[in-house]
Design a protein around this ligand. Structure first.
Ligand SMILES: Cc1cc2nc3c(=O)[nH]c(=O)nc-3n(C[C@H](O)[C@H](O)[C@H](O)COP(=O)(O)O)c2cc1C
Length: 512
């Protein structure tokens, strides 16, 4: 066996001994005097926090984050679960019937094997958030990824505390688990605290909780697991992971010391995880688990289209940009999207600029309006409003009432039509609308494309979520061993850390 083969055989410990300035493989720790270096075995299933894997019944501390509009598809969730990882169905933006259909399918195909659903905060549609929670409760959904929350809400607390009880030893049992995903410390501190009393009392008044359950709820955090979301695709505060993760870890330790929960709080890492190096870095920094998003959209199982997957495969590091978000357009919230090959970001920014500058559609300068109708909407704005009205009459009639009272709101809804459709065109691969595709994408994509260049994963058609995940974890394990060798003074051959992705069958041999 050569040195490089030994480094890659991650299931076996590795010893190197220096003789005459040259480091060579050694059978064991012959002597620890002189110069002997050691790297322990580092199996993929040993990465991350063992209690995270145990609590969620996972083999690997690897999570596929939710991706809106079913881009985080049932196929992604199934593949993850069968491989001993967990994926979240992308329920955001979908009508309730589509979420129901996903639950039907996943309960049939996975039963109670690990899988979960997104619970996204919808400030514009509180009724929808409530209906999603009711659906999850009625269908026995046990795990959600809670995201986009600026503050806690009653439906979220209802979900978390539903069915809370004490076991025979008096330990609190919570059938429903929440993995919160946040990028701000003030929001994280709400998730790491027990559920607020005002919500618990409201749930008692409504008959959803008993006073005994309220007492038990005081002993649990709203979320035991919290993903620190750094610069990512979609909604993001663009924080660097190297600064966000230690900050969240410090908060975790402070809040664990304050509340002394029976089970420890945990922090996972998301945002930019796309290469063995980034996964290894997250684990070294103490991440209990890693979460990927952007790179999964580029895989064949995602609910996106081949056209988008092709575009993503071309993306480089700087081919992303912030653009107005459809769901919180009026608040000026932005999402990170793909820049290369689409004019969406520029066009959406124009809409936001017009929204800020004018009180109603009728005030738009004639030339601007004509340009919008010709290039973006490809129809008179009145016609777009008629379509939007029909949509909201079904989904949330209060929006229509408000739009008919407030012309500025009508303008927002019409502009949001474009932001909503642009995602749909991308997802279905509408060929006449390529320049309008809205594709959420983070800098992870460029890093992934760079790493996979020249390998089977370079091609969009070969990208599958599980081989991608295995390669990331495997590469991370190799890099962690190399890093230990370096700490013991071993000069590393650059060749050793050049981790070309390996086909699934060859990876099997290396990892089992
Ligand atoms: C296309 C796309 C859609 C996403 N939609 C959601 C969503 O609906 N809910 C959510 O919690 N996170 C969503 N995310 C974020 C991912 O779940 C994940 O946290 C993030 O992508 C991780 O960072 P990365 O993009 O650098 O991998 C989305 C990400 C992408 C790329």
């Amino acid at each position: 066996m050569t040195e490089i083969q030994a480094v890659y055989a991650i299931d076996r410990p590795l010893f190197l001994r220096e003789r005459d300035g040259h480091w060579a493989l050694s059978a064991g720790p012959a002597s620890l005097d002189g110069r002997t270096a050691f790297a322990p075995a580092c199996r993929l299933e040993d990465l991350g926090d063992p209690s995270f894997r145990a609590d969620h019944r996972l083999r690997y501390a690897y999570v596929a984050g939710a991706m809106a509009n079913g881009i985080g598809s049932v196929e992604v969730v199934e593949a993850m679960s069968r491989a001993g990882m967990v994926g979240f169905f992308g329920a955001a933006g979908l009508p309730l019937a589509r979420v129901k259909a996903a639950i039907d399918r996943l309960s049939r195909s996975l039963g109670d094997a690990p899988h979960g659903y997104n619970l996204i905060h919808s400030p514009n549609e509180p009724d929808h958030e409530n209906a999603v929670v009711e659906l999850y409760l009625s269908r026995g959904v046990r795990l959600v990824e809670a995201s986009a929350f600026l503050d806690l809400t009653l439906p979220l607390i209802r979900y978390r505390t539903h069915g809370i009880h004490a076991d025979a030893e008096g330990r609190v049992v919570t059938p429903n688990k929440v993995i919160a995903k946040v990028s701000r410390v003030e929001v994280a501190s709400k998730f790491f605290a027990p559920p607020p009393d005002r919500f618990l009392q409201e749930l008692v008044r409504g008959g959803a909780l008993t006073p005994e359950q309220v007492r038990l709820a005081g002993r649990i955090p709203v979320a035991q697991d919290l993903t620190a979301e750094a610069d990512s695709g979609g909604h993001t505060d663009n924080r660097p992971l190297v600064t966000l993760l230690p900050t969240m870890a410090a908060l975790r330790d402070r809040m664990q010391a304050q509340f002394r929960y029976d089970r420890p709080l945990r922090v996972g890492a998301a945002g930019g995880i796309a290469t063995p190096a980034s996964a290894a870095a997250a684990f070294v920094m103490g991440a209990a688990y890693v979460v990927t998003g952007t790179i999964n959209q580029a895989c064949v199982e995602s609910g996106s289209s081949d056209a988008v997957r092709q575009m993503l495969a071309q993306a480089e590091q700087a081919d992303v940009i912030m653009a107005p978000a459809a769901d919180m357009f009026e608040m000026g919230v932005k999402v990170q999207v793909l820049k290369r090959g689409t004019m969406f970001a520029m066009r959406a920014a124009k809409l936001y600029e017009l929204y800020r500058a004018h009180a109603r559609l009728e005030d738009l300068p004639a030339a601007e309006r004509a340009a919008l109708e010709k290039n973006l909407f490809r129809a008179p704005l009145e016609e777009i409003w008629a379509q939007t009205r029909v949509y909201f009459m079904e989904r949330d009639p209060r929006q229509v009432e408000r739009a008919e009272r407030e012309p500025k709101h009508r303008m927002a809804l019409v502009f949001r039509w474009y932001l909503g459709q642009s995602s749909r065109w991308a997802n279905v691969g509408e060929p006449t609308r390529k320049l309008d595709y809205q594709v959420w994408c983070g800098p992870a994509m460029g890093a992934f494309n760079e790493w996979t260049k020249g390998s089977f994963l370079e091609h969009a058609r070969n990208r599958r979520v599980v081989p991608v995940a295995y390669n990331l974890l495997y590469g991370a394990a190799v890099l962690l061993r190399l890093s230990m060798l370096r700490c013991q003074g071993v000069p590393l051959d650059p060749e050793w850390s050049r981790l070309t992705p390996v086909e699934p069958d060859r990876l099997d041999a290396a990892t089992r």
